[in-house]
Design a protein around this ligand. Structure first.
Ligand code: AMP
Length: 216
């Protein structure tokens, strides 16, 4: 069983949904930098104010800030059981910092799961996405409707549309993905860690395929 895992893919590829499904069956720590930033924004901390000024426009939060929060989180004892990094690393300096960090704490990355998805489908998914304010569970206005409109099936929280899920911010996010994050696929292929999955097969099939790979 692979335990220290990176989940990669463009915005809208299904990382959050897959991470939540994997977390139900695997005893791993879920580290989503996007969720950490959104939590800080909700709490109104200085980190939140700084992060919001980048996130709302679709830009990446600077590397030193992002690496800092991941470093702090990975140092916590619960990460010894294994972790799933969701949305980190997104730049080459982040990947290099992670390599150093994971070797310092003797928890090397064992798999990089990459979700492939075509760009038209990403736009369709993101523009219809709704997220629970309380637990972060993702829904979609057409393909993943909640049982009751505007209400989370899991915790009863209120569903909302993320500020960065609009057309303008999405364009910027896709540009960052193509320019800053995509080159990491070569980086991890070179390290012999990359495995590609087609996220268009649907969330249940994708989950089965990824889980069986991680269990090998
Ligand atoms: P996500 O929830 O993963 O889509 O992340 C939402 C936003 O948070 C991104 O569009 C970035 O603005 C910011 N963010 C999340 N992870 C990172 C990261 N590793 N590096 C820089 N910015 C990030």
């Amino acid at each position: 069983m692979k335990r220290n895992i990176i989940l990669m893919g463009p915005p809208g590829a299904g990382k959050g949904t897959l991470a939540k499904m994997l977390m139900e069956g695997l005893d791993l720590v879920h580290i989503s930098t996007g969720d950490m930033f959104r939590e800080a924004i909700k709490e109104g901390t200085p980190l939140g104010t700084l992060a919001a000024s980048f996130i709302n426009k679709g830009d990446l939060v600077p590397d030193d800030v992002t690496i800092g929060i991941v470093k702090e989180r990975l140092a916590k004892p619960d990460c010894a059981k294994g972790f799933l990094l969701d949305g980190f690393p997104r730049t080459l300096p982040q990947a290099e910092a992670l390599k150093e960090l994971s070797s310092e704490i003797a928890r090397p990355i064992q798999a990089v799961v990459n979700l492939d998805c075509d760009e038209n489908e990403l736009i369709r998914r993101i523009s219809g996405r709704r997220v629970c304010k309380s637990c972060g569970a993702p829904f979609h206005v057409e393909t993943m409707k909640p049982k009751k409109e505007g209400v989370c099936d899991l915790c009863g929280g209120e569903l909302y549309q993320r500020k960065d899920d609009n057309e303008e911010a999405l364009k910027v996010r896709l540009t960052h993905y193509n320019e800053d994050t995509k080159p990491l696929l070569d980086y991890y292929a070179h390290e012999g860690l990359l495995v590609n999955f087609n996220s268009l097969v649907g969330k249940e099939k994708l989950f089965d395929e990824v889980l069986s790979y991680l269990n090998k």
